[in-house]
Write a protein that binds this ligand. Structure first.
Ligand code: ADP
Ligand code: MG
Length: 665
């Protein structure tokens, strides 16, 4: 089949080089590009309604004999009126503006029968249709009719004709390697015909099967490609048996691991001992305890004579990691160095020398860890925290600093499994569900009136708590919801709170300074855009207020509220919707109050708002599917990921479905 798909568009009767060039600009270059443009919708032409039974405003198919064709009006009102009559005398007028050529159309000679589809309207007691579709009655086929979108200015009706003729170019023996693996589905060839013909209507089960068959063709090809990339990434690496240092850390911890942490550590230990490079993504809610899991893996590296590096997206976060790791590892007498851009030149030079000599065995840091001049003696493990904040390139960069560096990526952004498989299919996935015991869920409320909020904030500040206030934008606007405007207003109201602003356009050093002031209490009310999403830990932060909350996905709101309630005291999250937020949006927000599972919220997002929102960014577009829709087809990905047919896609198939694959490889 793919040999036919690869044929030039000019193979289709009626498409010349000029038209082909025009279509190519819209991405329709080959026959396959044309044939996989599926109908946008279907029109029910099974029933022909007699003119007498037409009803106002209800689009319908009807038929009649031409009585006469007249011109009427002048200038902009110039029109052609075609009068039709039924056998029983009922009459219908068709009006076409600026269509004088119809006056000379032989198909409208009085006495000829034509078939018409349009919306009936009554005007001065007569039934009429404006610009209906029409054709000689003997050409009307009936049944269901596909309607296509236009391409590069070529009308959907012409596209339909090209597709009909294009399908005839599919040789009868055309097949796909996956046909045999899908006995319950039509073959690719049959599916393609059915998808465009809906022989038994678009609602028939066979039609759904056919459309699914096409999706599976794309899905399987994609999953095979991912598998191939994964196989390439999986190279031999020294096997590290789980050792004594990890056991000693577990003993020294003041609490037992949660079941989720135990599972994650089991997965990782198995990877490290396997003799192949680990390439694992650990996904766990904010506060689920990923740091100690990373510490265990880092100890395994050290114990086996290798270095371990942990990379975080900001220096505040990197510093927090170093501090946490150092207190976790103190009982073992192990130390973690901190490498950020903030080091003095001399300190940096010394640290680089010690890293290159292998004296530093564990290091936490920012992008500084992948600077050109940083050399590792024998880097064996790269931990990348909040990995979605780094591009794919950066994620890999740290692993390229040694011959076979294990990769442990961690993220607190929950993504539904199907999405994770699709987006990060080149990694193994561990999902950590559940929190360490005793964690109080952040009390969440949607409020409409802001009056009482100020009182609550006052009480919170007086009790020593700190507050995040999230606004949607940096630039000033009428609603006052920019960082500067809101910070000014709040500073006037709470002069003792040391109000500061924080947003993504500030210089890194300014951002860090604001976060540091908030962390040590010089600032107790921080007005920020969503940049605070990244995991800073300020235990005194107990209240987060989110303006225009309906703009955000639930998973993102969950991330934001994870900033508070990290200490002993109860945390609160107040969602302030816009005044004109629709009822459905409020209902969606209300789910935040009783659901505290990030993954469940992400799944809900995906159902309600599509894949883009579930991931926070529109990654579904980046994945570049032709037919698949990550949100709509999540069930297919889930169903087939683990029972992918063994048959391999041919190179022609891979080129067809994933033209950018060469770049990825
Ligand atoms: P994450 O990085 O997943 O957001 P952290 O690793 O920062 O979470 O852990 C959050 C908090 O939970 C830390 O204060 C940590 O000490 C604590 N913690 C981690 N694991 C456990 C556990 N098994 N029992 C009790 N507390 C834990
Ligand atoms: Mg963390």
């Amino acid at each position: 089949m793919y040999r036919a798909f690869a044929r030039d568009l000019t193979a289709v009767p009626g498409i010349g080089p000029a038209l082909a060039g025009k279509l190519a600009k819209a991405g329709v270059r080959r026959l396959g590009d044309l044939l996989l443009r599926l109908p946008a919708r279907w029109v029910d032409d099974r029933v022909v309604t007699p003119i007498r039974e037409l009803r106002e405003g209800e689009p319908a198919r009807t038929e009649g004999r031409v009585l006469r064709v007249d011109a009427a009006g002048a200038g902009r009102r110039r029109q052609v009126v075609v009068r039709l009559a039924d056998g029983d005398g009922a009459e219908l007028e068709l009006r076409f503006f600026h269509s004088d050529w119809l006056l000379r159309d032989a198909r409208l000679t009085p006495g000829r029968r034509i078939s018409v589809r349009g919306k009936p309207e009554w005007w001065r007691g007569r039934c009429q249709m404006l610009h209906p579709e029409w054709m000689p009655a003997e050409q009307f086929a009936g049944g269901w009719r596909p309607v296509y979108g236009s391409v590069a200015g070529v009308s959907g009706a012409r596209i339909a004709g090209f597709i009909r003729r294009g399908l005839e170019l599919a040789p009868p023996e055309a097949s796909s390697p996956f046909d045999a693996a899908l006995p319950d589905h039509p073959s690719l060839r049959e599916a393609l015909f059915e998808a465009h013909a809906a022989a038994r209507g678009p609602e028939a089960a066979i039609h759904a099967r056919a459309c699914e068959r096409l999706l599976l063709e794309e899905l399987f090809t994609y999953l095979h490609l991912m598998r191939r990339m994964r196989a390439r990434a999986r190279i031999a690496a020294p096997a590290w048996p789980a050792g004594e240092m990890a056991a000693r850390l577990l003993e020294a911890l003041p609490w037992p691991l949660t079941p989720a942490q135990r599972q994650a550590w089991r997965d990782i230990a198995a990877d490290l001992a396997s003799g192949q490079r680990m390439h694992r993504l650990v996904q766990g809610d904010v506060g689920s305890g990923k740091t100690v899991v990373a510490a265990l893996a880092m100890l395994a590296a050290v114990e086996n004579g290798a270095q371990a590096a942990l990379m975080a997206p900001t220096s505040v976060l990197a510093a927090q990691h170093a501090e946490t790791l150092n207190s976790l590892l103190a009982p073992l007498g192990e130390q973690v160095a901190l490498l950020t851009g903030a080091l003095t030149l001399a300190a940096r030079r010394e640290m680089l020398a010690r890293l290159a000599a292998g004296e530093i065995r564990m290091v936490a840091g920012t992008h500084a860890l992948i600077s050109e001049d940083v050399r590792y003696r024998n880097l064996g493990l790269a931990v990348v925290d909040e990995q979605h904040r780094f591009g794919v390139r950066q994620r890999w960069a740290l692993t390229e600093r040694g011959p076979a560096v294990h990769l442990l990526a961690m993220t607190a952004t929950p993504i539904p499994r199907s999405l994770a498989l699709a987006l990060y299919g080149d990694m193994d996935l561990t999902v950590m569900r559940g929190m360490p015991p005793g964690r109080k869920p952040v009390e969440t409320r949607v409020i409409a009136s802001r009056g009482r909020l100020a009182e609550g904030m006052r009480r919170m500040l007086d009790a020593g708590g700190r507050i995040y206030w999230i606004v949607p934008r940096v630039d000033e606007d009428d609603d006052g919801a920019s960082v500067t405007q809101r910070a000014q207003a709040l500073a006037a109201r709470f002069p003792d709170a040391g109000v500061l602003g924080l947003h993504g356009r500030m210089k890194p050093a300014e951002k860090e300074a604001a976060l540091a002031a908030f962390a040590d209490g010089r600032c107790r009310l921080l007005v920020s855009t969503t940049v605070v999403e990244v995991g800073v830990n300020v235990p005194e932060a107990r209240l987060i207020v989110i303006e225009q909350a309906e703009r955000y996905g639930l998973a993102q709101l969950h991330q934001l509220r994870g900033r508070v309630g990290r200490g002993e005291a109860q945390g609160y999250c107040i969602l302030l919707p816009s005044r004109d937020a629709p009822a459905a949006a409020l209902e969606r927000l209300a789910r935040m109050a009783d659901c505290h599972d990030g993954l469940a919220l992400a799944e809900l997002d995906m159902k309600l708002r599509g894949a883009g929102d579930a991931t926070g960014v529109n990654q579904s577009g980046d994945v570049g599917f032709r037919l698949l829709d990550l949100a709509r087809d999540a069930h297919l990905i889930r169903d087939w990921h683990d029972r992918l047919p063994e048959a391999r896609p041919t190179e022609a198939m891979i080129r067809f479905w994933r033209p950018e694959a060469e770049r990825v490889d």
